[in-house]
Design a protein around this ligand. Structure first.
Ligand code: BGC
Length: 390
């Protein structure tokens, strides 16, 4: 199965998507801009947005959509990317506090290292929304906006169950897991959701893990790195599959890891079957792989909707309200729930607005086009982003 695989790196894609023409990921000057204070009821307020990195495609989209929506609503936006470096993110957030932003939106690089900085934000009277990733061990986080992270993993596991017809097929089938960054609180939810959906089949011996790597710690991928996922999968294939053992499933928690795993399978897997490869996000390179049959599915999270929900929560906070379950009615039909139970950050249950993810395969790519965020390329074969430059 040694096919040539044109892997567009997510770095290059991210840069293209952000329209920045470079892969510069430095915190300063990486997207910050003065907004137009003309519209909306923002009263000239400034929102500081801390994104993890430009090297993973989705955060370019998040940054772009958030910036646009907040500026359209009349806010000034200070947007920083911190090169997946938690020290830099702390510094970038300190800079925004010094700039006297009125609200902070933070997608944490390492959910465990921001407590002191966010305590400083709290002392300065700045509310903090944890964006997509929960921030741990601080009471300075007022709200959490994300997707139902456990359901993301569950959808991946259930997809595998249905594809292999595990309730009826004799099996056994071989599966390997690739999970995300241990510093990202979401990563455990994704892994657990997938593992729990498949656990009864693993326990029954219908699904077998030849590598024996059954725990999150054993399959985690620091920084969600494509290269690390590639190397790990190459090692697994060399150690456990070289003797003709068939790999049926590579369960990957997201698209950046699926990109590396699919590349390892393409170059290093000797079997003649096509393993099921899961993902999450709808990154452009992965959508190409789905069309080409190299990846099987992705769990899609509409981050434009996540930005819209974040805007509503932010507006309410900045207008002095205390957002609660009733705010969901203002989400313009976006499917989301209010949850005060599921996300405890070690200090408190953080009230959460959770959006709904869904499964994308080769057969329903048009659903993405219908969001207005993707379009077919000239040959009507692959999807590309409709994102405009910023
Ligand atoms: C996000 C995923 C993303 C991953 C790597 C997670 O926190 O929820 O959508 O794939 O980070 O960027």
């Amino acid at each position: 199965m040694k096919k040539f695989l044109a892997v567009l790196t997510s770095v290059a894609l991210g840069a293209a998507l952000a329209g920045c023409g470079s892969t510069d990921d430095s915190g300063s000057g990486s997207g910050g801009s003065a907004g137009n204070n003309g519209g909306g009821s923002s009263g000239g307020k400034t929102v500081g947005i801390a994104m993890p990195t430009k090297s993973l495609e989705r955060w370019n989209r998040d940054g772009e959509y958030l910036k646009k929506q907040f500026e359209d609503a009349g806010y000034t936006v200070e947007l920083k990317y911190s090169d997946n470096d938690s020290n830099q993110q702390n510094n970038d957030i300190e800079g925004m506090i010094a700039d006297k932003v009125d609200l902070l939106l933070v997608a944490a690089i390492d959910g465990n290292t921001l407590s002191q900085t966010l305590d400083n934000a709290k002392s300065a009277g700045i509310d903090v929304i944890a964006y997509d990733r929960l921030i741990m061990n601080t009471d300075a986080v007022t709200y959490y906006v994300s997707f139902d992270n456990y359901t993301v993993g569950k959808l991946q596991g259930e997809f595998v169950r249905d594809q292999l017809d595990l309730d009826n097929a004799a099996g056994p089938f071989n599966i390997e897991f690739t999970a995300g960054d241990p510093a990202d609180n979401n990563a455990g939810y994704f892994f657990n959701g997938a593992y729990d959906a498949l656990k009864s089949y693993i326990d029954a011996g219908k699904l077998v893990i030849p590598s024996g790597k059954t725990t999150f710690e054993q399959v985690a991928t620091p920084s969600w790195s494509t290269d690390t996922a590639l190397e790990n999968m190459q090692n697994t294939l060399a150690s456990y599959y070289s003797g003709g053992t068939q790999l049926d499933v590579a369960l990957c928690s997201n698209d950046s890891t699926a990109l590396g795993v699919a590349q390892a399978i393409t170059s290093d897997y000797a079997g003649s079957n096509t393993p099921i490869v899961t993902g999450q996000d709808g990154d452009i390179a992965n959508l190409r792989n789905i069309v080409d049959g190299i990846q099987t599915m992705t769990v899609y999270k509409n981050v434009n909707d996540e930005a819209a929900v974040t805007l509503e929560v932010s507006k309410a906070i900045l207008e002095g309200q205390t957002p609660d379950a009733s705010l969901v009615d203002k989400f313009n039909g976006i499917d989301a729930s209010y949850d005060t139970e599921s996300y405890n950050n070690g200090v408190k249950n953080v009230p959460s607005y959770l959006l709904v993810p869904y499964v994308i395969t080769k057969d329903n790519l048009q659903v993405l086009v219908d969001t207005g965020l993707y379009q077919w390329d000239a040959d009507k074969k692959y999807l590309e982003s409709t994102a405009t430059t910023t």
